[in-house]
Design a protein around this ligand. Sequence first.
Ligand SMILES: [Zn+2]
Length: 132
Amino acid sequence: MVGGMHPVQVVLLLAVVGAVGTIVWRVLQWSQARAAASARAHETAAREVAALSRARTRPGADPRQPIDVQSAAAIEPRAEAAGCPWCDGNVHVVEHGARGDGGDRLRVVTLRCGSCGRTQVTYFRVQPAAIN
Ligand SMILES: [Zn+2]
């Protein structure tokens, strides 16, 4: 006998305590899972922002600041040598065109990442070395 209670009352009390305990435990688990998910979302967002700034500031990302090469043949190997700014995967040329604006012979190379599938555009300028 606990505190003069009837055995049935003791069993009921234990059942109620058990049920409440289960609910509290579930709520705690749920809030922990939510906190973890929110932390993961923040991490993903931070990685995305860092990758975006890498993609924007990498050499050749800006047509006003193309990568200088000495011959057109050097463009594709050079373009593919740089990894994907988002996931560091291998990129390959999917399009290689010329753009003739501002008097400069600009080459526009579109690259696709084999890992994440994102595309990026890199600008090159063919500038043969001066012959002395
Ligand atoms: Zn990638």
